[in-house]
Design a protein around this ligand. Sequence first.
Ligand SMILES: *Cc1c(COP(=O)(O)O)cnc(C)c1O
Length: 435
Amino acid sequence: MPSNEPTARVTTQSRALQQRAARLLPGGVDSPVRAFLAVGGDPPFVTHAKGAYLWDADGNRYLDFFGSWGPMILGHAFEPVVEAIQQAAARGASFGASHAGEANLAELVTRCFPSIQKLRFVSSGTEACMSAIRLARGFTGRKFVVKFEGCYHGHADALLVKAGSGIATLGIPGSAGVPEETAMHTLALPYNDLTAVELAFENHPEQIACIILEPVVGNAGTIAPAPGFLSELRRLCTQHGALLIVDEVMTGFRLSLGGAQQMYGVQADITTLGKIVGGGLPCGVFGGRAEIMDYLAPLGPVYQAGTLSGNPLAMAAGIATLEHLIQHEGEVYGGLERVTAHIADGVASIAHAAGIPLTTNRVGSMFTWFFTDQPVTDFASAATSDTKAFARFHRAMLEAGVWLPPSQYEAAFISTAHRDVEIGLALDAARHALR
Ligand SMILES: *Cc1c(COP(=O)(O)O)cnc(C)c1O
């Protein structure tokens, strides 16, 4: 099978671009994971993308398994989205004033998410989560925030909290530059651990403003909620007067049109969205019950604003994306489930046959191959992975033309542009890489 044997990849242009970028941008990047430090090797510099593929400056083609970290559910440069952006650009890139696109996209979002009665657009998932926390604190008049170890909610100070050990442990900042005082009202608990949540409510009576979580974790690699975990969190929040913030920046429109809330039958008080909702342009959303959202300025006392919020190009891209997902719901989510299962399980059985310990976690079109023989149910079990083995696998897959997320602790994503040909490519590459 000579066609499946990867020839040594040329990386001359990418390496030169990386060196040039590194003189100007710290690490050569605008987001740390792009530097490939966890896996080693030269990060390819992308020239363009179409469908399921990316091309780099040396002319190498890669089958894309990270989809811009989630947004590209319809594949790259999807025609209706490209056209919508072009038409919007010709009408003006930004107005700093209200326009119909905001209400148009808001109508589509609220149709998909029954728990969102009102919402506000921002420019990133970070902003959405940061604003949701402020709103929850303003609405409840309480200070403490519960989050879970391994969940990422953007890089706002109060949410960048390292795994705390135990219930009573106050937050320890996970980054230099975050004062302890800023993070001391953030409680980080183990994911899927309801006892820890009950204890937190006991130890901080009427002080917990909200619980924020990834309903399916993607940012520690893929981890599913244990049966009953989400519904119990819902019950505990209601019982203790805290708000449940479901961070669907990754899962929204990906696991189903209505995200994880539809899939697991749970209702958030506040939902955060990003990634897919902007169709590849900078966009985030936080929304929820009207009585909560009306606490925002100009109606209420919680301040929040944005020069580029509700940007016309982002609204146009989001509308084109959501309209397609809504019109083709069955086909889209049925197809994603089928193709992703085929790829995730296919590689799992290749690894099994080769005697390589691999735990495959998958929910819909999100999945992770953990290089461990343990079940992965929280951050501690994810951390049993052999990250060196993952790094070798990543490099071998890249050589074979498949670009996985460059870290063990990130979910991979499939798009509707991934079809049977791409299943074949992925499994051939994995057969080669796992040898
Ligand atoms: C990506 C992500 C964020 C942050 O979004 P940005 O647009 O990168 O700021 C927040 N929460 C979750 C669950 C995410 O996956």
